[in-house]
Design a protein around this ligand. Structure first.
Ligand SMILES: [Zn+2]
Ligand SMILES: [Zn+2]
Length: 558
Protein backbone atom coordinates (compact mmCIF):
# COMPACT_ATOMS: atom_id res chain seq x y z
CA UNK A 1 0.00 0.00 0.00
CA UNK A 2 1.30 3.45 -0.95
CA UNK A 3 2.01 6.12 1.68
CA UNK A 4 -0.56 8.35 -0.02
CA UNK A 5 -3.33 5.79 0.42
CA UNK A 6 -2.40 5.22 4.05
CA UNK A 7 -2.28 8.96 4.71
CA UNK A 8 -5.65 9.45 3.05
CA UNK A 9 -7.21 6.68 5.15
CA UNK A 10 -5.81 8.15 8.37
CA UNK A 11 -7.04 11.61 7.39
CA UNK A 12 -10.53 10.28 6.75
CA UNK A 13 -10.47 8.56 10.14
CA UNK A 14 -9.48 11.78 11.89
CA UNK A 15 -12.16 13.76 10.03
CA UNK A 16 -14.86 11.25 10.89
CA UNK A 17 -13.75 11.26 14.53
CA UNK A 18 -13.99 15.02 14.57
CA UNK A 19 -17.40 14.89 12.93
CA UNK A 20 -18.61 12.48 15.62
CA UNK A 21 -16.80 14.43 18.35
CA UNK A 22 -14.50 11.66 19.53
CA UNK A 23 -11.67 12.48 22.00
CA UNK A 24 -9.84 15.55 20.58
CA UNK A 25 -6.34 14.38 21.55
CA UNK A 26 -6.75 11.17 19.62
CA UNK A 27 -8.01 13.14 16.60
CA UNK A 28 -4.96 15.37 16.69
CA UNK A 29 -2.50 12.49 16.85
CA UNK A 30 -4.14 10.68 13.93
CA UNK A 31 -4.29 13.83 11.79
CA UNK A 32 -0.63 14.43 12.60
CA UNK A 33 0.29 10.84 11.65
CA UNK A 34 -1.53 11.27 8.32
CA UNK A 35 0.54 14.38 7.64
CA UNK A 36 3.82 12.67 8.58
CA UNK A 37 3.17 9.48 6.58
CA UNK A 38 2.45 11.55 3.49
CA UNK A 39 5.92 13.12 3.72
CA UNK A 40 8.01 10.00 4.49
CA UNK A 41 10.91 9.30 2.09
CA UNK A 42 10.32 5.51 2.34
CA UNK A 43 7.33 3.18 2.05
CA UNK A 44 5.92 2.74 5.53
CA UNK A 45 4.13 -0.46 4.51
CA UNK A 46 7.50 -2.19 3.98
CA UNK A 47 8.58 -1.65 7.60
CA UNK A 48 8.06 -4.22 10.35
CA UNK A 49 5.93 -3.19 13.36
CA UNK A 50 8.96 -2.48 15.60
CA UNK A 51 10.32 0.10 13.16
CA UNK A 52 6.93 1.51 12.33
CA UNK A 53 6.12 2.49 15.91
CA UNK A 54 9.42 4.35 16.17
CA UNK A 55 8.69 6.60 13.20
CA UNK A 56 8.14 10.20 14.26
CA UNK A 57 4.42 10.91 14.74
CA UNK A 58 3.29 7.30 14.65
CA UNK A 59 3.83 5.48 17.94
CA UNK A 60 2.43 2.22 19.22
CA UNK A 61 -1.33 2.70 18.89
CA UNK A 62 -1.24 4.15 15.37
CA UNK A 63 1.26 1.52 14.25
CA UNK A 64 -1.27 -1.09 15.41
CA UNK A 65 -3.96 0.59 13.29
CA UNK A 66 -1.62 0.58 10.29
CA UNK A 67 -0.95 -3.13 10.77
CA UNK A 68 -4.68 -3.76 10.79
CA UNK A 69 -5.09 -1.68 7.64
CA UNK A 70 -2.24 -3.48 5.86
CA UNK A 71 -3.40 -6.98 6.74
CA UNK A 72 -7.20 -6.57 6.43
CA UNK A 73 -7.44 -3.63 4.01
CA UNK A 74 -9.46 -1.62 6.52
CA UNK A 75 -9.72 -0.50 10.15
CA UNK A 76 -12.61 -1.55 12.38
CA UNK A 77 -12.76 1.88 13.99
CA UNK A 78 -12.99 3.58 10.59
CA UNK A 79 -15.60 1.12 9.35
CA UNK A 80 -17.76 1.71 12.41
CA UNK A 81 -17.73 5.47 11.83
CA UNK A 82 -18.45 5.04 8.12
CA UNK A 83 -21.42 2.83 8.93
CA UNK A 84 -23.00 5.54 11.06
CA UNK A 85 -22.42 8.41 8.59
CA UNK A 86 -24.53 9.02 5.47
CA UNK A 87 -22.40 8.54 2.31
CA UNK A 88 -23.20 12.10 1.20
CA UNK A 89 -21.71 13.45 4.43
CA UNK A 90 -18.55 11.36 3.91
CA UNK A 91 -18.31 12.83 0.39
CA UNK A 92 -18.66 16.31 1.85
CA UNK A 93 -15.52 15.72 3.94
CA UNK A 94 -13.60 15.76 0.67
CA UNK A 95 -14.71 19.30 -0.18
CA UNK A 96 -12.03 21.89 0.41
CA UNK A 97 -13.00 24.68 2.74
CA UNK A 98 -15.61 22.92 4.87
CA UNK A 99 -14.14 21.21 7.90
CA UNK A 100 -15.78 18.43 9.94
CA UNK A 101 -17.08 20.90 12.55
CA UNK A 102 -19.07 22.83 9.95
CA UNK A 103 -20.24 19.60 8.35
CA UNK A 104 -21.55 18.47 11.74
CA UNK A 105 -23.68 21.64 11.92
CA UNK A 106 -24.84 21.17 8.32
CA UNK A 107 -25.81 17.59 9.06
CA UNK A 108 -27.39 17.89 12.50
CA UNK A 109 -28.84 21.39 12.55
CA UNK A 110 -29.81 21.89 8.92
CA UNK A 111 -30.73 18.27 8.24
CA UNK A 112 -28.62 18.24 5.05
CA UNK A 113 -27.13 14.89 4.01
CA UNK A 114 -25.41 15.43 0.66
CA UNK A 115 -23.72 18.06 -1.49
CA UNK A 116 -26.81 18.53 -3.66
CA UNK A 117 -28.90 19.51 -0.67
CA UNK A 118 -26.04 21.68 0.55
CA UNK A 119 -25.86 23.52 -2.78
CA UNK A 120 -29.61 24.03 -2.75
CA UNK A 121 -29.41 25.36 0.83
CA UNK A 122 -26.67 27.85 -0.22
CA UNK A 123 -28.92 29.09 -3.00
CA UNK A 124 -31.80 29.44 -0.55
CA UNK A 125 -29.65 31.39 1.89
CA UNK A 126 -30.16 28.77 4.55
CA UNK A 127 -26.55 28.51 5.69
CA UNK A 128 -26.21 32.12 6.74
CA UNK A 129 -28.13 31.66 9.92
CA UNK A 130 -26.49 28.45 11.08
CA UNK A 131 -23.86 28.53 13.82
CA UNK A 132 -20.37 29.42 12.57
CA UNK A 133 -21.48 30.34 9.07
CA UNK A 134 -21.84 33.70 7.38
CA UNK A 135 -22.55 35.02 3.94
CA UNK A 136 -18.87 34.66 3.01
CA UNK A 137 -18.62 30.99 3.99
CA UNK A 138 -21.88 30.29 2.21
CA UNK A 139 -20.56 31.88 -1.00
CA UNK A 140 -17.28 29.97 -0.72
CA UNK A 141 -19.07 26.67 -0.27
CA UNK A 142 -21.34 27.44 -3.20
CA UNK A 143 -18.33 28.18 -5.43
CA UNK A 144 -16.52 24.99 -4.44
CA UNK A 145 -19.60 22.89 -5.20
CA UNK A 146 -20.11 24.66 -8.54
CA UNK A 147 -16.50 23.93 -9.42
CA UNK A 148 -16.99 20.25 -8.61
CA UNK A 149 -20.17 20.13 -10.66
CA UNK A 150 -18.33 21.69 -13.63
CA UNK A 151 -15.62 19.04 -13.31
CA UNK A 152 -18.17 16.39 -14.13
CA UNK A 153 -18.62 18.08 -17.54
CA UNK A 154 -22.33 18.53 -16.85
CA UNK A 155 -24.02 21.87 -16.27
CA UNK A 156 -27.46 23.06 -15.32
CA UNK A 157 -29.20 24.86 -18.14
CA UNK A 158 -29.24 28.05 -16.07
CA UNK A 159 -25.47 27.89 -15.54
CA UNK A 160 -24.89 27.68 -19.28
CA UNK A 161 -27.21 30.45 -20.43
CA UNK A 162 -24.77 33.32 -19.97
CA UNK A 163 -21.78 31.32 -21.25
CA UNK A 164 -23.72 30.42 -24.41
CA UNK A 165 -24.61 34.00 -25.20
CA UNK A 166 -21.03 35.14 -24.50
CA UNK A 167 -19.55 32.54 -26.85
CA UNK A 168 -21.98 33.48 -29.58
CA UNK A 169 -21.24 37.19 -29.20
CA UNK A 170 -17.49 36.65 -29.24
CA UNK A 171 -17.74 34.66 -32.45
CA UNK A 172 -19.96 37.32 -33.99
CA UNK A 173 -17.32 39.95 -33.21
CA UNK A 174 -14.64 37.83 -34.87
CA UNK A 175 -16.83 36.97 -37.86
CA UNK A 176 -19.17 39.96 -38.30
CA UNK A 177 -20.51 38.73 -41.66
CA UNK A 178 -21.31 35.19 -40.55
CA UNK A 179 -24.67 33.72 -39.54
CA UNK A 180 -24.37 32.06 -36.14
CA UNK A 181 -26.84 29.89 -34.27
CA UNK A 182 -26.71 28.04 -30.94
CA UNK A 183 -28.04 24.53 -31.57
CA UNK A 184 -27.93 21.13 -29.87
CA UNK A 185 -28.93 20.48 -26.25
CA UNK A 186 -29.00 24.16 -25.48
CA UNK A 187 -31.50 25.05 -28.19
CA UNK A 188 -33.59 22.03 -27.19
CA UNK A 189 -33.62 23.48 -23.62
CA UNK A 190 -32.47 20.29 -21.96
CA UNK A 191 -32.30 20.64 -18.18
CA UNK A 192 -28.71 19.38 -18.16
CA UNK A 193 -26.17 20.51 -20.75
CA UNK A 194 -23.03 18.54 -21.58
CA UNK A 195 -21.97 20.48 -24.67
CA UNK A 196 -22.56 23.77 -26.48
CA UNK A 197 -23.02 23.31 -30.19
CA UNK A 198 -22.97 26.17 -32.67
CA UNK A 199 -23.36 26.38 -36.41
CA UNK A 200 -21.63 29.11 -38.38
CA UNK A 201 -22.67 29.85 -41.95
CA UNK A 202 -20.12 31.79 -43.98
CA UNK A 203 -18.88 32.48 -47.51
CA UNK A 204 -15.38 31.22 -46.65
CA UNK A 205 -15.32 28.31 -44.21
CA UNK A 206 -11.52 27.88 -44.31
CA UNK A 207 -10.92 31.48 -43.40
CA UNK A 208 -13.48 31.31 -40.57
CA UNK A 209 -11.81 28.21 -39.09
CA UNK A 210 -8.40 29.91 -39.32
CA UNK A 211 -9.66 33.02 -37.53
CA UNK A 212 -11.38 31.04 -34.76
CA UNK A 213 -8.26 28.93 -34.27
CA UNK A 214 -5.99 31.97 -33.93
CA UNK A 215 -8.09 33.64 -31.26
CA UNK A 216 -8.13 32.42 -27.68
CA UNK A 217 -11.86 31.87 -27.77
CA UNK A 218 -11.63 28.37 -26.27
CA UNK A 219 -9.09 26.19 -24.49
CA UNK A 220 -7.66 22.86 -25.77
CA UNK A 221 -8.77 23.62 -29.33
CA UNK A 222 -8.76 20.94 -32.01
CA UNK A 223 -10.11 20.97 -35.55
CA UNK A 224 -11.60 17.99 -37.36
CA UNK A 225 -12.49 18.87 -40.97
CA UNK A 226 -14.96 21.76 -40.44
CA UNK A 227 -15.69 21.27 -36.75
CA UNK A 228 -13.74 23.25 -34.18
CA UNK A 229 -13.82 21.83 -30.64
CA UNK A 230 -12.61 23.11 -27.31
CA UNK A 231 -13.62 24.05 -23.80
CA UNK A 232 -14.68 27.27 -22.13
CA UNK A 233 -12.84 28.51 -19.04
CA UNK A 234 -15.58 26.98 -16.90
CA UNK A 235 -14.96 23.55 -18.45
CA UNK A 236 -17.95 23.36 -20.78
CA UNK A 237 -17.32 21.48 -24.03
CA UNK A 238 -17.97 23.52 -27.19
CA UNK A 239 -18.30 22.23 -30.76
CA UNK A 240 -18.56 24.70 -33.62
CA UNK A 241 -19.59 23.45 -37.06
CA UNK A 242 -18.58 25.80 -39.89
CA UNK A 243 -20.54 25.44 -43.11
CA UNK A 244 -21.05 27.14 -46.45
CA UNK A 245 -23.79 29.76 -46.05
CA UNK A 246 -25.98 28.03 -48.65
CA UNK A 247 -26.37 25.05 -46.32
CA UNK A 248 -26.70 27.03 -43.09
CA UNK A 249 -30.35 26.22 -42.22
CA UNK A 250 -29.99 22.59 -43.22
CA UNK A 251 -27.03 22.30 -40.86
CA UNK A 252 -28.81 24.22 -38.09
CA UNK A 253 -31.65 21.75 -38.41
CA UNK A 254 -29.29 18.76 -38.33
CA UNK A 255 -27.37 20.04 -35.32
CA UNK A 256 -30.47 20.91 -33.30
CA UNK A 257 -32.74 17.88 -33.14
CA UNK A 258 -31.88 14.53 -31.58
CA UNK A 259 -30.40 12.09 -34.11
CA UNK A 260 -33.61 10.09 -34.11
CA UNK A 261 -35.71 13.16 -34.88
CA UNK A 262 -33.41 14.49 -37.61
CA UNK A 263 -33.22 11.13 -39.37
CA UNK A 264 -36.98 10.69 -39.30
CA UNK A 265 -37.60 14.12 -40.84
CA UNK A 266 -34.90 13.76 -43.50
CA UNK A 267 -36.30 10.31 -44.30
CA UNK A 268 -39.58 11.99 -45.31
CA UNK A 269 -37.80 14.39 -47.68
CA UNK A 270 -35.43 12.15 -49.67
CA UNK A 271 -33.58 15.03 -51.25
CA UNK A 272 -29.81 15.20 -51.44
CA UNK A 273 -27.97 18.50 -51.10
CA UNK A 274 -30.91 20.08 -49.30
CA UNK A 275 -30.84 23.87 -49.67
CA UNK A 276 -33.46 25.89 -47.82
CA UNK A 277 -34.13 29.46 -46.74
CA UNK A 278 -35.33 28.49 -43.28
CA UNK A 279 -36.02 25.51 -41.00
CA UNK A 280 -39.74 25.98 -41.73
CA UNK A 281 -38.96 25.01 -45.36
CA UNK A 282 -37.53 21.70 -44.17
CA UNK A 283 -40.66 20.78 -42.25
CA UNK A 284 -42.80 21.90 -45.15
CA UNK A 285 -40.88 19.63 -47.51
CA UNK A 286 -41.47 16.83 -44.97
CA UNK A 287 -45.19 17.57 -45.11
CA UNK A 288 -45.30 18.77 -41.51
CA UNK A 289 -45.99 21.94 -39.57
CA UNK A 290 -42.92 23.62 -38.05
CA UNK A 291 -41.78 21.78 -34.93
CA UNK A 292 -40.26 24.04 -32.26
CA UNK A 293 -36.64 23.17 -31.38
CA UNK A 294 -37.45 22.17 -27.79
CA UNK A 295 -39.85 19.49 -29.05
CA UNK A 296 -37.34 17.81 -31.36
CA UNK A 297 -36.37 14.92 -29.06
CA UNK A 298 -37.84 11.86 -30.69
CA UNK A 299 -40.43 10.77 -33.21
CA UNK A 300 -43.60 10.87 -31.04
CA UNK A 301 -43.90 14.54 -31.83
CA UNK A 302 -43.98 13.78 -35.56
CA UNK A 303 -46.95 11.46 -35.06
CA UNK A 304 -48.63 14.09 -32.91
CA UNK A 305 -48.01 16.76 -35.55
CA UNK A 306 -49.68 14.68 -38.26
CA UNK A 307 -52.60 13.44 -36.11
CA UNK A 308 -53.64 16.25 -33.77
CA UNK A 309 -51.50 19.23 -34.66
CA UNK A 310 -49.05 20.81 -32.27
CA UNK A 311 -49.66 22.84 -29.10
CA UNK A 312 -49.09 26.60 -29.12
CA UNK A 313 -46.29 26.59 -26.57
CA UNK A 314 -46.58 28.80 -23.50
CA UNK A 315 -44.39 31.90 -23.18
CA UNK A 316 -43.16 33.81 -20.14
CA UNK A 317 -45.54 36.66 -20.93
CA UNK A 318 -48.52 34.31 -20.63
CA UNK A 319 -47.96 34.06 -16.87
CA UNK A 320 -50.39 36.22 -14.90
CA UNK A 321 -49.34 35.36 -11.39
CA UNK A 322 -46.96 33.35 -9.27
CA UNK A 323 -47.78 30.59 -6.81
CA UNK A 324 -45.62 28.82 -4.19
CA UNK A 325 -43.23 31.38 -2.73
CA UNK A 326 -41.61 32.02 0.63
CA UNK A 327 -41.37 35.19 2.72
CA UNK A 328 -39.65 36.18 5.97
CA UNK A 329 -42.50 34.43 7.76
CA UNK A 330 -40.54 31.21 7.11
CA UNK A 331 -37.16 30.94 5.39
CA UNK A 332 -37.50 33.65 2.72
CA UNK A 333 -35.40 36.80 2.51
CA UNK A 334 -38.05 39.41 1.59
CA UNK A 335 -41.10 40.55 3.51
CA UNK A 336 -44.57 39.91 2.17
CA UNK A 337 -45.02 43.55 1.27
CA UNK A 338 -41.66 43.70 -0.57
CA UNK A 339 -42.58 40.60 -2.53
CA UNK A 340 -46.05 41.87 -3.44
CA UNK A 341 -44.73 45.20 -4.68
CA UNK A 342 -41.96 43.50 -6.63
CA UNK A 343 -44.44 41.15 -8.32
CA UNK A 344 -46.82 43.99 -9.16
CA UNK A 345 -44.34 46.67 -10.22
CA UNK A 346 -41.35 44.76 -11.63
CA UNK A 347 -42.93 41.58 -12.92
CA UNK A 348 -46.29 43.13 -13.84
CA UNK A 349 -48.19 40.22 -12.32
CA UNK A 350 -51.78 40.27 -11.05
CA UNK A 351 -51.39 38.02 -8.01
CA UNK A 352 -49.03 36.24 -5.65
CA UNK A 353 -49.65 32.98 -3.83
CA UNK A 354 -47.56 32.93 -0.69
CA UNK A 355 -46.74 29.44 0.58
CA UNK A 356 -44.42 29.57 3.54
CA UNK A 357 -43.33 26.32 5.13
CA UNK A 358 -45.64 24.47 7.49
CA UNK A 359 -44.92 23.64 11.08
CA UNK A 360 -43.04 20.34 10.64
CA UNK A 361 -40.36 22.02 8.51
CA UNK A 362 -38.48 23.20 11.60
CA UNK A 363 -35.17 23.75 9.72
CA UNK A 364 -37.01 26.21 7.45
CA UNK A 365 -38.81 27.99 10.28
CA UNK A 366 -42.18 26.50 9.41
CA UNK A 367 -45.25 28.37 10.65
CA UNK A 368 -46.97 27.46 13.91
CA UNK A 369 -50.76 27.74 13.94
CA UNK A 370 -50.43 31.09 15.69
CA UNK A 371 -48.08 32.37 12.97
CA UNK A 372 -50.50 31.23 10.27
CA UNK A 373 -53.25 33.30 11.86
CA UNK A 374 -50.96 36.32 12.21
CA UNK A 375 -49.78 36.01 8.63
CA UNK A 376 -53.37 35.93 7.43
CA UNK A 377 -54.01 39.17 9.27
CA UNK A 378 -51.06 40.76 7.51
CA UNK A 379 -52.28 39.49 4.13
CA UNK A 380 -55.75 40.96 4.72
CA UNK A 381 -54.11 44.25 5.60
CA UNK A 382 -51.83 44.24 2.53
CA UNK A 383 -54.67 43.29 0.21
CA UNK A 384 -56.46 46.49 1.29
CA UNK A 385 -53.31 48.57 1.08
CA UNK A 386 -51.83 47.43 -2.25
CA UNK A 387 -54.03 48.38 -5.18
CA UNK A 388 -54.35 46.35 -8.35
CA UNK A 389 -52.84 43.24 -6.85
CA UNK A 390 -53.89 40.28 -4.73
CA UNK A 391 -52.08 38.00 -2.31
CA UNK A 392 -53.59 34.53 -1.98
CA UNK A 393 -53.23 32.76 1.36
CA UNK A 394 -51.35 29.56 0.70
CA UNK A 395 -49.05 27.23 2.57
CA UNK A 396 -46.48 24.69 1.47
CA UNK A 397 -47.69 21.92 3.69
CA UNK A 398 -45.25 19.15 4.44
CA UNK A 399 -46.60 15.78 3.48
CA UNK A 400 -46.03 13.76 6.63
CA UNK A 401 -44.78 10.16 6.58
CA UNK A 402 -48.28 8.74 6.45
CA UNK A 403 -49.38 11.12 3.68
CA UNK A 404 -51.40 13.48 5.87
CA UNK A 405 -51.02 17.26 5.76
CA UNK A 406 -49.42 19.31 8.49
CA UNK A 407 -52.37 21.12 10.15
CA UNK A 408 -55.82 20.18 11.43
CA UNK A 409 -58.75 20.75 9.06
CA UNK A 410 -59.92 23.92 10.83
CA UNK A 411 -56.59 25.55 9.92
CA UNK A 412 -56.34 23.98 6.44
CA UNK A 413 -59.71 25.45 5.49
CA UNK A 414 -58.48 28.98 6.16
CA UNK A 415 -56.12 28.88 3.17
CA UNK A 416 -57.10 29.84 -0.38
CA UNK A 417 -54.94 27.03 -1.73
CA UNK A 418 -52.41 24.48 -0.54
CA UNK A 419 -49.23 23.17 -2.10
CA UNK A 420 -48.43 19.76 -0.63
CA UNK A 421 -44.75 18.75 -0.77
CA UNK A 422 -42.45 16.09 0.65
CA UNK A 423 -39.39 17.43 2.49
CA UNK A 424 -38.48 14.64 4.88
CA UNK A 425 -37.84 10.94 4.75
CA UNK A 426 -36.88 10.96 1.10
CA UNK A 427 -35.61 7.39 1.03
CA UNK A 428 -38.89 5.49 1.04
CA UNK A 429 -39.32 2.55 -1.30
CA UNK A 430 -41.26 3.35 -4.46
CA UNK A 431 -44.51 1.74 -3.39
CA UNK A 432 -44.59 3.52 -0.02
CA UNK A 433 -43.53 6.86 -1.49
CA UNK A 434 -46.26 6.57 -4.13
CA UNK A 435 -48.90 5.72 -1.51
CA UNK A 436 -47.77 8.64 0.61
CA UNK A 437 -48.17 11.07 -2.31
CA UNK A 438 -51.53 9.64 -3.34
CA UNK A 439 -52.87 10.02 0.19
CA UNK A 440 -51.86 13.70 0.10
CA UNK A 441 -53.37 14.13 -3.37
CA UNK A 442 -56.66 12.65 -2.13
CA UNK A 443 -56.80 15.14 0.73
CA UNK A 444 -59.60 17.55 -0.28
CA UNK A 445 -57.51 20.54 0.84
CA UNK A 446 -54.60 19.83 -1.54
CA UNK A 447 -54.61 22.14 -4.57
CA UNK A 448 -51.14 21.58 -6.03
CA UNK A 449 -48.63 18.76 -5.69
CA UNK A 450 -45.24 20.48 -5.10
CA UNK A 451 -41.91 19.25 -6.61
CA UNK A 452 -43.21 15.68 -7.04
CA UNK A 453 -39.92 13.75 -6.79
CA UNK A 454 -37.75 16.04 -4.66
CA UNK A 455 -34.87 15.70 -7.12
CA UNK A 456 -31.95 18.13 -7.21
CA UNK A 457 -30.41 17.98 -10.65
CA UNK A 458 -26.78 16.81 -10.86
CA UNK A 459 -26.74 16.02 -7.19
CA UNK A 460 -29.72 14.26 -5.67
CA UNK A 461 -31.84 11.70 -7.42
CA UNK A 462 -35.52 12.14 -6.70
CA UNK A 463 -37.32 9.57 -4.61
CA UNK A 464 -38.73 6.78 -6.72
CA UNK A 465 -42.41 7.11 -7.44
CA UNK A 466 -44.80 5.47 -9.85
CA UNK A 467 -45.35 8.52 -12.04
CA UNK A 468 -48.41 7.14 -13.79
CA UNK A 469 -50.21 6.30 -10.55
CA UNK A 470 -49.40 9.71 -9.06
CA UNK A 471 -50.54 11.58 -12.18
CA UNK A 472 -53.69 9.45 -12.44
CA UNK A 473 -54.50 10.31 -8.81
CA UNK A 474 -54.06 14.02 -9.58
CA UNK A 475 -56.41 13.64 -12.54
CA UNK A 476 -59.02 11.84 -10.41
CA UNK A 477 -58.85 14.48 -7.66
CA UNK A 478 -58.48 17.62 -9.74
CA UNK A 479 -55.05 18.34 -8.26
CA UNK A 480 -52.65 20.52 -10.23
CA UNK A 481 -49.02 19.41 -10.58
CA UNK A 482 -46.23 21.87 -10.07
CA UNK A 483 -43.39 22.41 -12.49
CA UNK A 484 -40.97 23.69 -9.88
CA UNK A 485 -39.01 26.34 -11.79
CA UNK A 486 -35.87 26.31 -9.66
CA UNK A 487 -33.12 25.34 -12.17
CA UNK A 488 -31.96 22.61 -9.77
CA UNK A 489 -35.40 21.04 -9.63
CA UNK A 490 -37.49 21.44 -12.83
CA UNK A 491 -39.73 18.84 -11.23
CA UNK A 492 -42.25 17.50 -12.59
CA UNK A 493 -39.79 16.27 -15.21
CA UNK A 494 -40.73 17.43 -18.74
CA UNK A 495 -40.80 13.81 -19.90
CA UNK A 496 -44.07 13.40 -17.94
CA UNK A 497 -45.80 16.61 -19.01
CA UNK A 498 -47.54 15.04 -22.01
CA UNK A 499 -48.88 12.15 -19.96
CA UNK A 500 -50.24 14.56 -17.35
CA UNK A 501 -51.80 16.79 -20.00
CA UNK A 502 -53.34 13.81 -21.77
CA UNK A 503 -55.09 12.93 -18.49
CA UNK A 504 -56.45 16.46 -18.19
CA UNK A 505 -54.12 17.48 -15.35
CA UNK A 506 -53.21 21.18 -15.22
CA UNK A 507 -49.63 22.21 -14.56
CA UNK A 508 -48.38 25.30 -12.69
CA UNK A 509 -45.02 27.01 -13.23
CA UNK A 510 -43.99 27.79 -9.66
CA UNK A 511 -40.74 29.60 -8.83
CA UNK A 512 -40.58 28.47 -5.17
CA UNK A 513 -38.83 31.82 -4.68
CA UNK A 514 -37.08 32.46 -1.38
CA UNK A 515 -36.05 35.99 -2.39
CA UNK A 516 -37.19 38.44 -5.04
CA UNK A 517 -34.55 37.45 -7.62
CA UNK A 518 -35.89 33.89 -7.34
CA UNK A 519 -39.04 34.89 -9.21
CA UNK A 520 -37.00 35.11 -12.40
CA UNK A 521 -36.69 31.32 -12.24
CA UNK A 522 -40.14 31.25 -13.83
CA UNK A 523 -38.16 31.85 -17.04
CA UNK A 524 -36.52 28.41 -16.66
CA UNK A 525 -39.82 26.86 -15.64
CA UNK A 526 -41.41 28.24 -18.80
CA UNK A 527 -38.61 26.91 -21.03
CA UNK A 528 -38.94 23.42 -19.61
CA UNK A 529 -42.76 23.60 -19.77
CA UNK A 530 -42.44 24.42 -23.48
CA UNK A 531 -40.20 21.39 -23.81
CA UNK A 532 -42.95 19.32 -22.20
CA UNK A 533 -45.43 20.75 -24.72
CA UNK A 534 -47.45 22.94 -22.32
CA UNK A 535 -49.81 25.54 -23.75
CA UNK A 536 -51.05 28.55 -21.75
CA UNK A 537 -54.61 27.26 -21.35
CA UNK A 538 -53.33 24.22 -19.39
CA UNK A 539 -51.18 26.29 -17.05
CA UNK A 540 -52.79 27.31 -13.75
CA UNK A 541 -50.82 30.52 -13.21
CA UNK A 542 -51.47 31.68 -16.76
CA UNK A 543 -55.06 32.25 -15.57
CA UNK A 544 -56.12 35.79 -14.72
CA UNK A 545 -56.80 36.87 -11.14
CA UNK A 546 -60.56 36.54 -11.57
CA UNK A 547 -60.25 33.09 -13.13
CA UNK A 548 -57.90 31.69 -10.52
CA UNK A 549 -59.96 33.16 -7.69
CA UNK A 550 -62.93 31.22 -9.05
CA UNK A 551 -60.86 28.05 -9.43
CA UNK A 552 -59.62 28.24 -5.82
CA UNK A 553 -63.11 28.97 -4.50
CA UNK A 554 -64.65 26.09 -6.43
CA UNK A 555 -62.07 23.64 -5.12
CA UNK A 556 -62.43 24.45 -1.43
CA UNK A 557 -64.28 21.76 0.55
CA UNK A 558 -67.47 23.13 2.09
ZN1 LIG B 1 -40.53 22.59 -1.00
ZN1 LIG C 1 -41.12 25.89 -1.27
Amino acid sequence: MENKTIARTLRLLSQLMELHEVNPFKIKSIANAAFKVDKLPFKIADKPFEEMEKVDGIGKSIAAKLQELLTTGSMAELQELLDTTPPGIVEMLGIKGIGPKKIAVIWHELGIENTGELYYACNENRLVEAKGFGLKTQDEIRKVIEFRMANSGKFLYAQVEKIAVDVQEQIQRLLPEASIMLCGEYRRRLEIITELRLVIGTGDADEAIAILQQESLLQDVSVDSYTLSGKTESGLEVNIVVIDIAHFYTEVFKQTGSDEHVEAILGRIKENNLRVESEEDIYEKAGLPFIEPELREGTDIIAQATENGLPALITYNDLKGTLHNHSTWSDGVNTLEEIALFCRDELKLEYLGICDHSKSAFYAKGLSIESVLNQHEEIDHLNKKIAGFHIFKGIESDILNDGSLDYPDEILKRFDFIVASVHSNLKMAEEKATERLIKAIENPYTTILGHPTGRLLLSRKGYDIDHKKVIDACAANGVVIEINANPLRLDLDWRWHQYALSKGVMLSINPDAHRNEGFYDMHYGTLVARKGGLSADKCLNARSFEEIKAIFAARKPQ
